[in-house]
Design a protein around this ligand. Structure first.
Ligand SMILES: [Zn+2]
Length: 229
Protein backbone atom coordinates (compact mmCIF):
# COMPACT_ATOMS: atom_id res chain seq x y z
CA UNK A 1 0.00 0.00 0.00
CA UNK A 2 0.94 3.62 -0.44
CA UNK A 3 -0.14 5.84 2.38
CA UNK A 4 -0.58 9.59 2.80
CA UNK A 5 -1.32 11.14 6.18
CA UNK A 6 -2.52 14.76 6.19
CA UNK A 7 -2.34 16.98 9.27
CA UNK A 8 -2.98 20.67 9.80
CA UNK A 9 -0.11 21.24 12.26
CA UNK A 10 3.09 19.56 13.40
CA UNK A 11 2.12 16.69 15.80
CA UNK A 12 -1.48 16.16 14.52
CA UNK A 13 -0.57 13.11 12.43
CA UNK A 14 1.47 11.53 15.22
CA UNK A 15 -1.40 12.00 17.68
CA UNK A 16 -4.07 10.74 15.30
CA UNK A 17 -2.45 7.85 13.47
CA UNK A 18 1.21 7.51 14.53
CA UNK A 19 0.85 3.82 15.44
CA UNK A 20 -1.02 3.02 12.22
CA UNK A 21 1.73 4.68 10.18
CA UNK A 22 4.37 2.65 12.01
CA UNK A 23 2.33 -0.50 11.31
CA UNK A 24 2.25 0.42 7.61
CA UNK A 25 6.03 0.92 7.61
CA UNK A 26 6.53 -2.43 9.36
CA UNK A 27 4.75 -4.18 6.50
CA UNK A 28 6.83 -2.31 3.93
CA UNK A 29 4.28 0.32 2.87
CA UNK A 30 5.47 3.71 1.67
CA UNK A 31 4.25 6.52 3.94
CA UNK A 32 4.09 10.23 3.10
CA UNK A 33 3.18 13.05 5.49
CA UNK A 34 1.62 16.32 4.39
CA UNK A 35 1.62 18.96 7.13
CA UNK A 36 -0.34 21.98 5.98
CA UNK A 37 1.11 24.66 8.31
CA UNK A 38 4.29 25.23 10.29
CA UNK A 39 2.37 25.64 13.55
CA UNK A 40 3.88 29.09 14.00
CA UNK A 41 1.08 30.40 16.24
CA UNK A 42 1.93 27.99 19.04
CA UNK A 43 4.08 28.92 22.04
CA UNK A 44 7.27 28.09 20.12
CA UNK A 45 8.52 29.68 16.94
CA UNK A 46 8.00 28.07 13.57
CA UNK A 47 11.63 27.01 13.18
CA UNK A 48 11.54 24.68 16.19
CA UNK A 49 8.21 23.18 15.17
CA UNK A 50 9.51 22.47 11.67
CA UNK A 51 12.61 20.72 12.96
CA UNK A 52 10.51 18.79 15.51
CA UNK A 53 8.22 17.58 12.72
CA UNK A 54 11.23 16.56 10.62
CA UNK A 55 12.57 14.44 13.49
CA UNK A 56 9.12 12.89 14.10
CA UNK A 57 8.77 12.03 10.40
CA UNK A 58 12.12 10.27 10.43
CA UNK A 59 11.06 8.27 13.52
CA UNK A 60 7.93 7.23 11.59
CA UNK A 61 10.02 6.43 8.49
CA UNK A 62 7.85 8.79 6.48
CA UNK A 63 8.58 11.29 3.69
CA UNK A 64 7.54 14.78 4.82
CA UNK A 65 6.16 17.59 2.67
CA UNK A 66 4.80 20.94 3.84
CA UNK A 67 1.62 22.59 2.60
CA UNK A 68 2.88 26.13 3.25
CA UNK A 69 -0.36 27.54 4.67
CA UNK A 70 -0.61 30.01 7.54
CA UNK A 71 -1.31 28.51 10.98
CA UNK A 72 -4.92 29.28 11.88
CA UNK A 73 -5.89 30.14 8.30
CA UNK A 74 -5.92 26.84 6.37
CA UNK A 75 -8.41 27.28 3.51
CA UNK A 76 -10.84 24.48 2.77
CA UNK A 77 -11.39 25.41 -0.87
CA UNK A 78 -9.44 25.09 -4.08
CA UNK A 79 -5.97 26.10 -2.83
CA UNK A 80 -5.83 23.42 -0.12
CA UNK A 81 -7.55 20.81 -2.28
CA UNK A 82 -4.87 21.32 -4.94
CA UNK A 83 -2.06 20.87 -2.41
CA UNK A 84 -3.58 17.63 -1.10
CA UNK A 85 -4.25 16.35 -4.64
CA UNK A 86 -0.60 16.96 -5.51
CA UNK A 87 0.53 15.02 -2.42
CA UNK A 88 -1.83 12.12 -3.21
CA UNK A 89 -0.38 11.96 -6.73
CA UNK A 90 3.22 12.24 -5.53
CA UNK A 91 2.81 9.34 -3.10
CA UNK A 92 0.44 7.38 -5.38
CA UNK A 93 -1.67 7.02 -2.25
CA UNK A 94 -4.33 4.33 -2.05
CA UNK A 95 -4.87 4.94 1.67
CA UNK A 96 -5.32 8.45 3.09
CA UNK A 97 -5.48 9.44 6.76
CA UNK A 98 -6.78 12.84 7.79
CA UNK A 99 -8.61 14.77 10.51
CA UNK A 100 -12.24 14.14 11.35
CA UNK A 101 -14.32 17.06 10.03
CA UNK A 102 -16.05 17.48 13.42
CA UNK A 103 -13.42 19.38 15.39
CA UNK A 104 -13.39 22.66 17.26
CA UNK A 105 -10.18 23.81 15.50
CA UNK A 106 -10.86 25.52 12.17
CA UNK A 107 -7.60 24.28 10.62
CA UNK A 108 -8.53 20.67 11.44
CA UNK A 109 -11.96 21.10 9.83
CA UNK A 110 -10.42 22.68 6.72
CA UNK A 111 -7.78 19.96 6.43
CA UNK A 112 -10.51 17.31 6.61
CA UNK A 113 -12.73 19.04 4.02
CA UNK A 114 -9.85 19.60 1.59
CA UNK A 115 -8.62 16.02 1.96
CA UNK A 116 -12.06 14.47 1.48
CA UNK A 117 -12.43 16.49 -1.74
CA UNK A 118 -8.91 15.74 -2.96
CA UNK A 119 -9.31 12.05 -2.09
CA UNK A 120 -12.54 11.50 -4.00
CA UNK A 121 -10.90 8.72 -6.10
CA UNK A 122 -9.12 7.05 -3.17
CA UNK A 123 -10.66 3.80 -1.94
CA UNK A 124 -9.75 4.14 1.72
CA UNK A 125 -10.02 7.34 3.72
CA UNK A 126 -9.58 7.07 7.46
CA UNK A 127 -10.32 10.05 9.67
CA UNK A 128 -8.43 10.27 12.96
CA UNK A 129 -9.21 11.96 16.25
CA UNK A 130 -7.38 14.79 18.00
CA UNK A 131 -7.89 16.27 21.47
CA UNK A 132 -10.21 18.85 19.85
CA UNK A 133 -12.41 16.29 18.03
CA UNK A 134 -16.15 16.58 18.75
CA UNK A 135 -18.36 13.52 19.14
CA UNK A 136 -15.76 11.22 17.61
CA UNK A 137 -17.26 7.74 17.02
CA UNK A 138 -14.74 5.35 15.46
CA UNK A 139 -15.91 2.33 13.49
CA UNK A 140 -12.58 1.18 12.04
CA UNK A 141 -9.68 0.31 14.34
CA UNK A 142 -6.02 -0.33 13.61
CA UNK A 143 -4.22 -2.70 15.95
CA UNK A 144 -1.45 -0.66 17.58
CA UNK A 145 0.25 -3.76 18.99
CA UNK A 146 3.95 -3.10 19.35
CA UNK A 147 3.74 0.40 17.88
CA UNK A 148 2.63 2.44 20.89
CA UNK A 149 6.24 3.04 22.10
CA UNK A 150 7.16 4.28 18.61
CA UNK A 151 4.15 6.58 18.55
CA UNK A 152 5.15 8.03 21.92
CA UNK A 153 8.74 8.46 20.72
CA UNK A 154 7.53 10.34 17.62
CA UNK A 155 5.36 12.55 19.85
CA UNK A 156 8.28 13.25 22.21
CA UNK A 157 10.13 14.71 19.21
CA UNK A 158 7.61 17.58 19.45
CA UNK A 159 9.49 18.97 22.43
CA UNK A 160 7.73 22.35 22.34
CA UNK A 161 4.35 20.64 22.71
CA UNK A 162 5.12 17.70 24.98
CA UNK A 163 7.78 18.59 27.54
CA UNK A 164 8.04 22.40 27.42
CA UNK A 165 4.41 23.48 27.42
CA UNK A 166 2.34 20.39 28.33
CA UNK A 167 0.08 20.79 25.29
CA UNK A 168 0.28 17.05 24.57
CA UNK A 169 -0.29 14.65 27.47
CA UNK A 170 1.40 11.33 26.71
CA UNK A 171 -0.40 9.61 29.59
CA UNK A 172 -3.71 10.52 27.96
CA UNK A 173 -2.41 9.26 24.60
CA UNK A 174 -1.63 5.89 26.20
CA UNK A 175 -5.00 5.76 27.95
CA UNK A 176 -6.78 6.57 24.70
CA UNK A 177 -4.92 3.78 22.89
CA UNK A 178 -5.97 1.35 25.62
CA UNK A 179 -9.60 2.48 25.47
CA UNK A 180 -9.78 2.29 21.66
CA UNK A 181 -8.18 -1.14 21.99
CA UNK A 182 -10.86 -2.16 24.48
CA UNK A 183 -13.57 -1.06 22.04
CA UNK A 184 -11.88 -3.03 19.24
CA UNK A 185 -11.26 -6.19 21.35
CA UNK A 186 -7.52 -5.49 21.18
CA UNK A 187 -4.95 -4.39 23.73
CA UNK A 188 -4.06 -1.07 22.08
CA UNK A 189 -5.60 0.49 18.98
CA UNK A 190 -6.19 3.70 17.09
CA UNK A 191 -9.79 4.40 16.11
CA UNK A 192 -10.98 5.98 12.87
CA UNK A 193 -14.14 7.28 11.30
CA UNK A 194 -14.53 6.70 7.58
CA UNK A 195 -16.76 7.66 4.68
CA UNK A 196 -15.27 5.02 2.41
CA UNK A 197 -13.19 1.97 3.18
CA UNK A 198 -12.71 -0.70 0.53
CA UNK A 199 -11.61 -3.88 2.26
CA UNK A 200 -9.08 -5.62 0.08
CA UNK A 201 -9.26 -9.41 0.35
CA UNK A 202 -6.81 -9.96 -2.47
CA UNK A 203 -9.29 -10.15 -5.33
CA UNK A 204 -9.46 -8.85 -8.88
CA UNK A 205 -11.65 -5.96 -10.06
CA UNK A 206 -14.34 -6.46 -12.69
CA UNK A 207 -12.15 -4.62 -15.17
CA UNK A 208 -9.40 -7.19 -14.63
CA UNK A 209 -7.24 -4.87 -12.55
CA UNK A 210 -5.59 -6.65 -9.64
CA UNK A 211 -6.04 -5.05 -6.22
CA UNK A 212 -3.07 -3.59 -4.44
CA UNK A 213 -1.14 -2.10 -7.33
CA UNK A 214 -1.26 1.33 -5.76
CA UNK A 215 -1.38 4.31 -8.09
CA UNK A 216 -1.68 2.13 -11.19
CA UNK A 217 -4.96 0.64 -10.03
CA UNK A 218 -6.42 4.04 -9.24
CA UNK A 219 -5.46 5.58 -12.58
CA UNK A 220 -6.60 2.40 -14.33
CA UNK A 221 -10.02 2.83 -12.78
CA UNK A 222 -10.19 6.50 -13.75
CA UNK A 223 -9.09 5.71 -17.32
CA UNK A 224 -11.86 3.12 -17.63
CA UNK A 225 -14.41 5.39 -15.93
CA UNK A 226 -13.65 8.92 -17.16
CA UNK A 227 -16.91 10.19 -15.65
CA UNK A 228 -15.40 9.67 -12.22
CA UNK A 229 -12.82 12.39 -12.86
ZN1 LIG B 1 -3.60 20.59 15.05
Amino acid sequence: MRVLAVGAHPDDVELGCGAALLAHRARGDRVGLLVLTGGERGPQGQSSRISEQEIAASILGADLVWGGFEDGAVPEGRAAVAVVEQAIRAVGADVVYTHSPRDSHQDHRSAAAATLAAGRHVRRILMYETPSSIGFAPTVFVDAAGHLPGKLKALRAHVSQVSKNDLVDLEAVEAQARFRGFQARLLHAEGFETERFAWDLGGVHEDGEVFETGAGAVSGYADAHPASR
